[in-house]
Design a protein. Sequence first.
Length: 431
Amino acid sequence: MTLELALCLLTLFFLAGIGTPIGYAIILASTVYLTVGGLDIALTGEKIVQGLYKSFVLLAVPLFIVAANIMNAGTISERLLNFCVAAVGRFRGGLGHVNVVASLIFSGMSGSAVADAAGIGKIIIEMMTKEGRYSRGYAAAITAASATIGPIIPPSIPMVLYALVSNASIGALFLAGILPGLVMGAVLMGMNSYLSAKRGFALEKPVPLRELPRRTANAFPALLMPAILLYGIYGGVTTPTEAAAVAAFYALLLAALFYRALTVHSLYRIFVESARSSAAVGIVIGGALILNFIVVSENIPGMMSDFLTGVDVHPLVFLLLVNLLVLLLGCVLDATTIILVIVPLFIPTCKALGIDLVHFGVLVVVNSMIGLITPPYGILLFVINAVTGIPLREIISEIWPFLGVLVLALLLLIVFPDIVLFLPRLFGYVG
């Protein structure tokens, strides 16, 4: 390891350790590398500008953030929950099932786990804890666990970022996330059924079947968004970035005109909050672009690829080891940092070992989402705590069964890649 790289890493870990936002920590650490290495500091700005201008796909990120924030506004979330209550609320652990199904549906609109947890999460937790039907910790834990599905089913902001660093097809990644998202939902609902029967949670009063058509019609326009997105991309009508713009515009029309749930003031607040969220992601992306330049300059991907192919590691063993590493990193790092900074190191090796990049990308995103609920620093645990006031210790004590079944789902996706690649291949993907 060169002196400049060692100082870069020490600076990065020190700044991150004292609580500096990760984007700033990466940029400052990279500046240390350039200074000690005798390189022009202007390379920092140059690499950021070049990376952003060459990546048209990055425009999809703020557009999906706007769409998610608009869908969270007004009555849209409540209409979706009413539909879910009518559909699955009648079964044992009904509101737990409603929680998971609502996340499955909402994930097709937001692409963000945090938006899912902060949006419908607060509403469903209040429903579950009303009159003591479920404990606060249990309601919060299943809400956090189900929110991890948000970025798996399209649209997905993390998949857009993965496409940036791997050049994998965004359309194929979006399709590849559908079945894994359903698998995650199924294992969570299975665990909810088991725990509900074991603990004797009360059955909900079933909604009459005659109510289902009315509630479906109420939620139907919102349910159309995923279909519009996938048709736009795979029907050749739009690029993925243009599809993100369509999603944002459709959400605006839906909330403002169809549901009449937006005012000018609330729309202003949505745009301000979306700009802040986009800027936060943008700073991390900028830092990652410089750090990736340093990584390439040090030939780290090439050395890793030569080493791993030299020891003739089996692709399945490689996937298991990388996913174990990402799972551990997910305990302390956010998904954006993992995807933009850590994952590019493994892309050359994936190519050398013949691992499909779409399959690898979905595994990384699923793994990163599991990290969001992994103690001690699972971001979704803090989000739920912030929006509900439920103590972290209560949430953490109940999260373990759901964390376990999600890891089991991840293992299934690693061992059986056809689960991930079935839909992309059905639509012509040849990877």
